[in-house]
Each structure stands twice: as C-alpha cells, then as structure tokens.
Write a protein that binds this ligand. Structure first.
Ligand code: UT7
Length: 352
C-alpha cells in the first residue's frame, strides 16, 4: 500500500519572550517553582491585535510549503489542530485557507479539537486521506495562541505558567519509496473530561463538580446558568481548569504504553528509535518516559524549556527544530507521541 511522507516541516513562534521572572511580576510564582516542576524557563506570547492562532499557523505553513517545494495553490486539503481558535466558529482551517489565498480551488478545511493530541490526530487523519489516494498535498497545522485566554493572576497560576504560543506545520504527500508513516494509534477516555477543560462558553454551563452524571451534570442544586453570565466571569469559568496531578499520573502511564505498542506493530522496540518527539507537556513527564523506555538523551527531543507547553503546536514545532538541527535524517525511525485533555492520547511512527 502507498505510504504518506512528510515532505516539508516548518514552525513559527512569536518574538515576545516572557521569562518566569516576568510572570512572577504578575502573580505569586517564582522561577524556581516553575523550573523545578515543569522545566520551563521562558515562553513566547503573541502580539495582541497583530497575531492570532491563524496568523501563527500561516507563518509556519509558509515555511513547510517552501521546504516541501510546493506553493499554496498545490494544497488540496487543510487540517488545522488547535484548542485556542480565533473564533468560537468558524474554525481556523478556513481562515488559514483564506490567508494563504487558496479560496479559488474551494479545497476542504477540517478543524481538529483534541487538544494536546491534536497534531497526532490531524496527522493520522491526513495519512488515511493520502493512503486512500483522495489527496496529494495535505497541509497539517498545529497552532495555539494561549496567551489570549489565560488568567495572569495568582488564581490562574497553576495553568498560566505552563502554556505558550506558537505554531508548526507539515506537508504530507504520497511517498515515492518505502519511507513514510508506518502506523498511528489514537485513543481516548472521556471519564475525566473535565479534569483539563475550558467549559465556558458552551451549552453545558461550566460546572466543575466531582459528583456528576454521564453527561458531566452535577446534582440539581449545583446547577448554574448556561452560556456566559457575570458570575461565570467572576468565578473564572472562562479560563482553563486543570487538576495537574491527575493529568500527570495518567500521562506517565499512557505515553510509554502508546509508544511501545505502536512500535511493536512494526516489529520494533524503543531501542530502535532514532528520535522520540513527545508532546511538550512538562519536562518531568518527558524525562519519566525516557527513563521508563530506557532511551538515552540523543533519542529524545525536548524544547519546552524555551516555549512552554504549546499544546497542538508542540510536536510540529519540535519536529521542525529537530530537523533544522540535523537530528532528523533520511531513514531515521521517529516516534511522535502525545497525551492531554479529553483524555486523548496517541502516536505516529514514521521512517523519515
Ligand atoms: O499538555 C496538557 C497536559 N497537561 C499536563 O500534562 C500537566 C500535567 N501536570 C503537571 O505538569 C503538574 O501537575 C503541574 C506542573 C501543573 C503542577 O505541579 P504539581 O506538583 O502537581 O503542583 P500542584 O498543582 O499540586 O500544586 C502544588 C502547590 C500548591 O500549593 P499548596 O496547596 O501545596 O500550598 C499550589 O497552590 O504549588 C502551588 N502552585 C504554585 N506555586 C507557585 C500551583 N501553581 C503554582 C505556581 N507558582 N505557578
């Protein structure tokens, strides 16, 4: 069967650097706390009213297209993964199509909403379209502008010190040889959907309760208003909510599991990996995974120290940087893996 391959990869991060000390001026936190718990030293934040999730994705796409040796007119499908879109709707896919000036051909544009695993899901979907012969040049983008929706105050410090803005993109094409995507695995478990969530605005009401039914509704006396109310704004329901410890505990189990199982499907083990590019959630998670899988430092790529957690953008940014640094070479066995909100997790194994 025909395989798909990454023909070009690119990334873009905003110019504005915010160090941990900069955040400590806005909330009760410290460089020491952030570095010790997450490994993050600094992150980039986009320029308000000049940049959006789509503009970041656009800049990354231009690089990926150029490196693939094609123009925007050659793109026959767009897949855009983000949890921080420009608008509640429509999605960033059509906004990117417009920005790239490819409206004449009326190609399809799909938005993917699986948060930290967004790029893995997007790449896997693109792989199926290439393998089926439906498309020849798919632009797959992961981009986030978190800074527009974080609470830069002590109440929000458990979340806001972790995230950063940025974008990465790849062009996926049919492979001419044997190299390319070997397989992908996608998983989810919605039991803890609200553990890492932004529930308002939405049809649900944004209740955070441990006592909930199968749809996440709390007991009747805990129900509030739906959509946006002053109380919701005051209570911080318009900011992301995260129980970091619950996410951490699940992540360190599911990351190794999905990496080992996708490698096993092609008769490989972690020892065969040239490079693992894990979603940059927390340096401590990556280090834990590295230890469990007995990988040496040269087999794992991390850049969370510079960019924070950029959710759907973290894997394509890291892939692009690794490629630029000569750490991704022809015939290398690469594994991309992610875990995050949903919970969702997954992996893509490819021969470069
Ligand atoms: O990519 C999406 C998936 N997300 C993740 O993978 C995140 C996974 N989880 C984590 O990375 C960690 O749980 C965090 C880094 C988010 C938090 O680390 P933690 O060791 O789990 O800390 P915690 O939330 O249990 O908080 C410990 C203490 C608390 O104080 P008390 O109650 O012990 O007095 C917090 O209030 O640290 C306090 N704290 C802070 N202190 C300074 C929380 N955030 C901060 C902060 N600065 N930014």
């Amino acid at each position: 069967m025909i395989k798909s391959r990454i023909a070009g990869v690119g990334h873009y991060v905003p110019e504005n650097v915010y160090t941990n000390d900069d955040l400590a001026k806005l909330m009760d936190t410290s460089d020491e706390w952030i570095k010790e718990r997450t490994g993050i030293k600094e992150r980039r934040f986009a320029t308000k009213h000049k940049e959006t999730t789509t503009t970041l994705g656009y800049e990354a796409s231009k690089v990926a297209l150029e490196r693939a040796g094609i123009t925007a007119e050659d793109v026959d499908f767009i897949i855009f993964a983000t949890l921080s879109p420009d608008y509640y709707f429509p999605g960033c896919g059509v906004l990117l199509q417009r920005a790239l000036g490819i409206t004449k051909s009326e190609i399809g544009a799909l938005d993917v909403r699986t948060q930290c695993t967004g790029f893995i899901y997007a790449l896997s979907v693109a792989d199926q379209f290439i393998k089926s012969g439906m498309y020849k040049n798919i632009l797959v983008v992961g981009a986030e502008m978190h800074s527009s929706g974080l609470e830069f105050a002590t109440r929000g410090r458990g979340v806001s010190v972790i995230f950063g803005d940025g974008a990465g993109a790849v062009v996926l094409q049919p492979s001419e040889g044997d190299n390319g995507i070997e397989n992908s695995e996608l998983h989810s478990d919605g039991t803890n959907a609200e553990v890492l969530s932004l529930s308002s605005p939405g049809s649900h009401g944004g209740f955070h309760s441990d006592d909930k039914d199968q749809f996440g509704f709390p007991p009747e006396d805990e129900l509030g208003e739906i959509f946006i109310t002053d109380k919701m704004v005051k209570d911080g329901h318009l900011y992301p909510h995260m129980d970091g410890k619950v996410v951490f505990k699940k992540a360190v189990v599911k990351f190794p599991e999905v990496i080992v199982s996708s490698l096993a499907k092609i008769g490989k083990t972690p020892a065969d990996l040239s490079l693992l590019i894990p979603h940059q959630a927390n340096l401590r998670i990556s280090q834990f995974v590295q230890k469990i899988l007995k990988l040496d430092d040269s087999q794992v790529f991390n850049n969370i120290q510079k960019y924070g957690n950029t959710t759907a953008a973290s894997i394509p940014i890291a892939l692009s940087e690794a490629w630029e640094q000569g750490k991704v070479k022809p015939n290398d066995l690469i594994c991309l893996a992610a875990f995050g909100s949903g919970f969702t997790w997954g992996s893509v194994v490819l021969t470069w």
